[in-house]
Design a protein around this ligand. Structure first.
Ligand code: 3PG
Ligand code: MG
Length: 398
């Protein structure tokens, strides 16, 4: 191996490399619905293939702590095999005596896949003995699962302690782009934060307000802020437990020169049976599900004035037309400006990514993260448990 802190593909010749992937993909009736996370491994897999390494993939799938067919990673074999044009060797029990033997016998052209790590309760317990057994299967560890690195789980946090290790190429790209946005991106930079619940975004808003020039709020989060400002359009009442946080965020926005942008009209459901149930609400009894057309115009004006936009959280209930309007219009404008080279755009979070894929906007964005919770956590505090245990990480040099 190299003596520097870089490691090249050639250094991996003949080595067994355990890659923590995130193959937690949506599955319906046994069929994988979105292969973005399978594709996310592309760069690291080609790097290791170039070096003629034996690749062992491990991941979780869903939330469980016992073996079951519906959450078996067997369901992802086809997608992997198709994407990487190879045979996938599946290891049903990574702790069994013959796991080692199967790995040793497999070809360097195969991809080896371990069964769902969450079938072992030790994974979420961050058990060191379990991690040691996983590590025993390989010579090197790569974390290519940014999206699960906010979890202090054995495969993420403990395994790197047993093996020489590196962050995957997509992992490094993801943190570089978030770091760039937070610390170096050209002004004016804007963030759009939506989502249903203020509680999940308080920390994020506290950090962003110190880093961006414009912060636009949508979704239930905007409603929560407006309620504190005495807005009477909304039927939402101020959530007392967040009063201090909201005051702090508004105070910091002033101090750090961040312009807060709120929706000024809303789309609401008046009654299920009305044919055209969408209105610009001035009805206190209506249930609000999207921002209104005037707000979309306001958001778009600010997006046009910005050089960089980072977006987390849809501004409305985009799954249910006509409440997809706000999210779709804002997304389309961000996509168009990016395509024309006028904007750098970063979109992250499970729901936002889902919306961008649904509206066919993802292809136009500068960067779309496949992460939810980890994207949020990294934006909040620029660190993740999965990185803190990789202090001696080597750097994959392409
Ligand atoms: C995700 O889908 O957000 C990651 O795979 C993490 O999954 P988890 O939320 O079940 O830990
Ligand atoms: Mg999640």
């Amino acid at each position: 191996m190299s003596t520097s802190n870089f490691i090249t593909a050639n250094d991996f010749y003949g080595k067994k490399v355990l890659v923590r992937a995130d193959l937690n993909v949506p599955i319906q009736n046994g069929v994988v619905q979105d292969i973005s996370r399978v594709k996310n491994l592309k760069e690291t897999i080609s790097f290791l293939r170039k070096g003629h390494a034996k690749i062992i993939l491990m991941s979780h799938l869903g939330k469980t702590n016992q073996k079951n067919d519906e959450q078996s990673l067997r369901l992802v074999i086809n997608a992997l095999s198709k994407e990487y044009k190879c045979n996938v060797v599946f290891i049903d029990d990574c702790l069994s005596q013959n796991a080692d033997e199967i790995i040793n016998k497999s070809s360097f052209d195969d991809l080896i896949l371990l069964e769902n790590l969450r079938f072992y309760k030790e994974e979420e317990m961050c058990d060191t003995v379990f991690a040691g057994k996983l590590a025993h299967l390989a010579d090197f560890y790569i974390n290519e699962a940014f999206s699960v690195s906010h979890r202090k789980h054995a495969s993420v946090y403990e395994v790197p302690k047993f093996l020489p290790h590196a962050l995957g190429l997509a992992f490094v790209k993801e943190i570089s782009i978030i770091d760039y946005f937070l610390n170096n991106a050209k002004s004016p930079k804007m963030s759009i934060v939506g989502g249903a619940k203020l509680s999940t975004k308080v920390k994020l808003l506290k950090n962003l307000v110190k880093k961006v020039d414009k912060l636009a709020l949508g979704g239930g989060i905007a409603g929560a802020f407006l309620a504190f400002q005495g807005n009477t359009i909304l039927s939402i009442s101020a959530q007392k437990e967040f009063e201090k946080d909201v005051i702090e965020i508004i105070g910091n926005a002033k101090e750090y020169g961040c312009e807060l942008i709120f929706p000024e009209d809303f789309c609401a459901l008046i009654s299920e049976d009305k044919e055209n149930s969408i209105i610009t609400s001035d009805d206190v009894n209506a249930s609000i599900f999207d921002i209104g057309p005037k707000s979309v115009e306001i958001f778009i004006k600010h997006i046009r004035e910005s050089s960089t936009v980072l977006w987390n959280g849809p501004v409305g209930l985009f799954e249910k037309p006509p409440f997809d309007y706000g999210t779709r219009m804002i997304g389309e404008e961000i996509g168009r400006l990016t395509r024309e080279g006028k904007l750098m755009s970063i979109v992250g979070g499970g729901d936002t990514a889902h919306a961008m894929n649904k509206f066919n906007i993802a292809k136009d964005l500068t960067y779309q993260s496949t992460s939810g919770g980890a994207f949020l956590t990294y934006l909040e505090c620029s660190k993740l448990p999965g990185m803190s245990s990789m202090k001696d990480a080597l750097i994959l040099k392409e």
